[in-house]
Design a protein around this ligand. Sequence first.
Ligand SMILES: Nc1nc2c(ncn2[C@@H]2O[C@H](COP(=O)(O)OP(=O)(O)OP(=O)(O)O)[C@@H](O)[C@H]2O)c(=O)[nH]1
Ligand SMILES: [Mg+2]
Ligand SMILES: [Zn+2]
Length: 388
Amino acid sequence: MSELNRYGLTAEQRAELDQILETLTYATDVATDRAMPCVAGRVIRNQRERLSIAGANGIFSATVSGRLRHRIASPLDAPAVGDWVICRRQTALDGGASSRGEADEIDDAQVEAIAPRHSLFVRRSAGRTGEPQVIAANVDRVLIVTAVGNELNPRRIERYVTAAWASGAEPLIVLNKCDRTEGVAPLIAELRSAAPGVPLVATSALSEAGPVELEAWLDAGSTVAFVGSSGVGKSTLVNRLLKEAALRTHAVREGDDKGRHTTTHRELFVCPSGLIVIDTPGMREFGLYDAGDALELTFPDVVALIAGCRFRNCRHRGEPDCAVDEAVRRGVLPRERVQSYLRLVAESADGDERSRDAANREKHRQWKSVTKGMRKRQRLHEKLGLKH
Ligand SMILES: Nc1nc2c(ncn2[C@@H]2O[C@H](COP(=O)(O)OP(=O)(O)OP(=O)(O)O)[C@@H](O)[C@H]2O)c(=O)[nH]1
Ligand SMILES: [Mg+2]
Ligand SMILES: [Zn+2]
């Protein structure tokens, strides 16, 4: 198996990379008029301006080319961890290096193009601009990690799950640190009601069985991204899957349950099982960016009730014959869940509006509409009895 396959290259992505390569391979360096060889690879690490890329002949470092930089209209257009890219090497093949047999060593390269993504996990950055921030690209499953203790919050899970559906990947909730409690059942029930239909694995990264329970959900060759607050045990779980302590973990501060933000950058690893994992730094706030119809998947219960309100423009704040208010009164729907839904609808629309560049939005939609996740979403839609 080629090195790129090990990093999760699919036939579809390979064809796309080949297509891009065709247009770039024979490009020449203007200054020297020599052909500059191009190579394909996957972004495995992104630290400031420097990218680490896994190519067919090993890992090399790269920056974004001037040409690509010029075309980056929004953070969504920049290469992210998980992206498949085409890089141009800085040294020509007919240069001195190759005659000394060093042609395969790439000191520095420039990313020239990004292959179309089949999923893109994005949040809205906390700042005033509300710009999108790409967490990871080409992810099959988003592992939303939460932990027994103060961090656990169904409202936060609703945010992450919605962003996961919107990304085109499938969400999986991981309730970690179950060794801390005897009574895990009510916590599971609470999480399940916050995300109907989303699979949940209750585990402990510290137990023998923990990683095995998780692995059962994760297919070799697929890419999964661990996301969630700091200190919930993302890196500990990743380390267990890697079967070695490749990442640093740090004790959570005694008492307040707040993580220490141990992981400082996003990074992709290949596990011995063949699974590809992306570890990400804990996120203090998780803003929702352009969730589209993904909210209907996280809140099928609320959406179904809304259909029964008397007024079509009902705001569910005390209007007559409001089915949502009625359900809250009867105690079948928590008021906080309704508020969460309304807040996220506003936040998501806000994010959409702020990305003013229409062409950019169009691109955003393109990858969304072609995803495998979309088809799976549709099936879930049907299972949950929702209309399209
Ligand atoms: N009791 C218990 N502690 C755990 C478990 N998983 C992780 N921890 C501990 O929680 C602390 C934080 O773990 P990390 O893996 O660094 O957390 P993280 O989510 O990667 O944190 P950031 O990198 O800051 O986002 C460490 O002290 C771990 O040993 C678990 O299942 N049970
Ligand atoms: Mg970490
Ligand atoms: Zn209503």
